[in-house]
Design a binder for this molecule. Structure first.
Ligand SMILES: [Zn+2]
Ligand SMILES: [Zn+2]
Length: 257
């Protein structure tokens, strides 16, 4: 077994209002842990049109400072670690075009999809809220597949965030459909190590036996919201146990990154 991740593409910053520590501490922790590639993927800002201000993400106005701060640090640390900058983003059709325009203007490196909401967070619901309503898991699968078809996302963070607690037959049908579509598009699924650390409802074996069968590519993500999460060896080992138990097709790095 390896000792730790060599690449982590799921890292937040204080700008999302629920993460801590200066970026420099994240970077120095990553270097100390032997991580060779570190991607910052803070929660993407949304172009709200009614003056709403999110409590869980930066504003559109903050994005240039975010990107330039990470770029400056990337240059400073370039001999020790390769640093990328991008966003963890929901695919929300009403926001997507404007977010992509911002992404291109700022010259970002990548997006990962984290489908925390299917619509604006103003109206909710959060996809991690427990539900027995099967329309919610169906819409989750539909929106993830539709978003992935844009080709804009490098992987799907915590695919098992959707917290459908109803029939196994419904869960298996919708998640199999999702996994097959992503396999066809060659898009990896993330085992979210923060979920293990914080004992969230994901990662769940209810989900991971499905990509095991379908043969999806799987990647680990620390989803760091503070620097010390970049050194969470204990939960990394639990993620590797899950990989081994289901003989998942683990990749260490994203192609070309
Ligand atoms: Zn977060
Ligand atoms: Zn997330």
């Amino acid at each position: 077994m390896r000792d730790f991740l060599t690449a982590n593409y799921h890292t937040h910053t204080v700008r999302c209002r629920h993460a801590y520590d200066p970026e420099r501490e994240y970077i120095e922790t990553a270097i100390k842990m032997g991580i060779k590639k570190l991607g910052f993927s803070d929660h993407i800002p949304c172009p709200f049109t009614d003056g709403y201000v999110s409590g869980i993400r930066m504003t559109m106005e903050q994005a240039p400072e975010y990107v330039s701060t990470i770029r400056t640090l990337a240059e400073e640390y370039k001999d020790d670690i390769k640093i990328f900058v991008g966003f963890e983003a929901e695919y929300i059709p009403a926001f997507h075009e404007k977010q992509m325009a911002m992404f291109r203007k700022l010259g970002c490196d990548y997006l990962i999809m984290g489908q925390h909401f299917l619509n604006s967070e103003e109206t909710g619901p959060y996809t991690g809220t427990p539900t027995e309503d099967e329309s919610r898991i169906r819409e989750y699968a539909d929106s993830v597949i539709e978003g992935m078809k844009t080709g804009h996302f490098k992987y799907l963070a915590h695919p098992d965030l959707i917290n459908y607690q109803g029939l196994d037959s419904v869960y298996d049908w919708e998640m199999t459909r999702l996994c097959k579509a992503l396999k066809e598009m060659d898009i990896p699924l993330e085992i979210n190590i923060l979920g293990i650390s914080e004992k969230k409802h994901y990662p769940t074996e209810r989900f991971w036996r499905i990509p095991a069968e379908i043969g999806n590519k799987v990647i680990l993500g620390l989803d760091a919201h503070c620097a010390k999460q970049l050194a969470n060896v204990e939960c990394y080992k639990k993620a590797v146990e899950l990989v081994d138990k289901y003989n998942l097709n683990l990749i260490d790095e994203l192609p070309g990154m």
